[in-house]
Design a protein around this ligand. Structure first.
Ligand code: PLP
Length: 479
């Protein structure tokens, strides 16, 4: 490809496009085929990245292959491989090849997924896949609705704006919102974004199993009413990010009905577990929510970005987000032809439904079910392995594929402080080895190692290798 010639049309020749595209596909396929043998952890300082990447604005063209080579050699390898089978921390992003290619199509054709008129099939596919999700979660497709978002954070934000519109109208000065101390930080962020004061938020303590304490919730609501405040919204977690714990959804639903609260469930992490037998049992009551966040880019194996908000009544969304600027007048269409820009915050939206559709259709829902069931059982198997060892202590049992544990040999008389320090050091050492992504979290004041096992390519061997590596660090530190 030509260098040093200005290209104001921003185009490549047909042959150049093919060669360029095939090279990229080769890189991606190589990664999918070979990622398991790479090291998942990337660590670099700001200084190192500055040295690698800082340059002046490139006014003149550079050869396309040169730019691509640089990106593949220097930029892409400097990221954590969240789809690696030893990527245990945060929430892994296992992804899948079909969806990665679907995203490539969506971007390649630059499909505008905002309104019906621009792309009727894209809107219809969002309605169709949303109906599949509504069915899966027992929301009903007649009244139910929803929207795909960039992620769980945006889905929670969209839910809270809707809840406030429906329950409070314009005056929310006395409204109070409830969530547990294990709820995801994105909820607090969303509450702040939409302009609630700190004094309108109640953080309800959790019990020893990290579930929201119903007694404390009832006390808080009653107190607020006595003070003339207006309890309006409850946020429960269906799979906390820390421990996979599900709040008592059925009981919370009853409280919400009695107190006339909006019932939002944040199932960004755990929602997908409804596809597994034992997950379904744990998530009982999820169908009673007014709104539900799930995050297909987590446990539905989609690449970033894809979140989703489901609601019991699609009119709640259009009633909250419809605005009618003059230039959209001509493209409104009839009511059944949904304009998703009327159901959420974004006007211009990428075609997220495509990857969900193509991957689900290609692999079949039963494959997803099997994968999720496998993940849940893998965590239980990990728990058994840890319990059989005299060196490890399980701090929170395997729940929705999350397990928390710590190095704590029973024959050594270690103080809590020493145990914390050793586990912190174990995590540092394994991260520095770059063999596994495994960081700590804090539960009940204890520093613990946390594994989130939603990658269907992770095997018990990947896990035992990592635990053995951690154990040898622990033993070394004690010696
Ligand atoms: C990950 C997560 C979120 C935030 O979702 P993003 O997709 O990262 O924006 C919200 N809630 C829970 C429970 C999560 O696990």
């Amino acid at each position: 490809m030509k260098e040093n010639y200005l290209n104001p049309e921003l185009i490549l020749s047909k042959d150049d496009m093919k060669q360029y595209g095939y090279t990229i596909i080769d890189h991606i396929v190589e990664h999918f085929d070979n990622q398991d043998s790479k090291k998942p952890v990337a660590i670099a300082t700001r200084e190192e990245m500055d040295n690698l990447l800082t340059e002046d604005i490139p006014n003149l063209p550079t050869d396309a292959n040169k730019v691509l080579d640089f990106v593949m050699k220097e930029i892409i390898p400097q990221s954590t491989i969240v789809s690696h089978p030893k990527s245990f921390s945060f929430v892994p992003g296992p992804s899948n090849y079909i969806s990665a290619m679907a995203d490539t199509i969506a971007t390649g054709f630059n499909i505008f997924s905002g309104g019906w008129a621009a792309s009727p099939a894209a809107a219809e596919l969002e309605i169709l896949t949303m109906n599949w999700l509504l069915e899966i979660f027992g929301f009903g497709t007649k009244q139910g609705g929803g929207i795909f978002t960039s992620g769980g954070s945006m889905a929670n934000l969209t839910a809270l704006v809707t809840a406030r519109r429906i329950k409070c109208g314009d005056d929310f000065s006395k409204a109070v919102i409830y969530l547990s101390d294990q709820a995801h930080s994105s909820n607090i962020k969303a509450i702040k974004v939409i302009g609630f004061k700190k004094s309108q938020i109640r953080i309800i303590p959790t019990d020893l199993e990290f579930k929201m304490s119903l007694n404390k919730l009832k006390n808080a609501i009653a107190k607020d009413r006595l003070q003339g405040l207006e309890p309006f919204c409850m946020i429960a977690s269906a799979g906390t990010t820390n421990t996979g714990t599900v709040d008592p959804l059925d009981e919370i639903a009853k409280i919400c009905t009695k107190e006339k609260l909006w019932f939002h469930i944040d199932g960004a992490y755990g929602g997908a577990a409804i596809l597994a037998d034992n997950g379904k049992e744990l998530l009982k009551g999820i169908e009673k929510a007014d709104s539900l966040t799930v995050d297909p880019h987590k446990w539905f194996f989609q690449p970033y970005e894809m979140g989703c908000l489901l609601v019991k009544n699609h009119n709640w969304l259009s009633g909250t987000f419809s605005e009618k600027p003059e230039y959209l007048r001509d493209v409104e269409g009839n009511e059944s032809e949904i304009n998703f820009y009327d159901h959420g915050i974004q006007l211009t939206r990428r075609f997220r439904a495509l990857k969900f559709y193509m991957s689900l259709k290609t692999f079949g829902l039963d494959s997803f079910k099997k994968a999720i069931q496998y993940n849940i059982e893998l965590a239980e198997q990990t728990e058994n392995t840890l319990r059989e060892s005299s060196k490890w202590e399980v701090i929170s049992p395997a729940t929705l594929a999350v397990i928390n544990f710590r190095y704590h040999p029973i024959d050594k008389n270690l103080s809590e402080k020493e145990i914390d320090l050793i586990n912190q050091k174990i995590s540092e050492k394994i991260m520095n080895s770059r063999e596994a992504l495994l960081v700590t979290t804090v539960l009940l004041g204890q520093v613990v190692l946390r594994m989130c096992l939603i990658n269907p390519r992770t095997t018990i061997n990947h896990i035992t290798e990592t635990i053995e590596q951690c154990q040898s660090y622990g033993d070394e530190l004690l010696a």
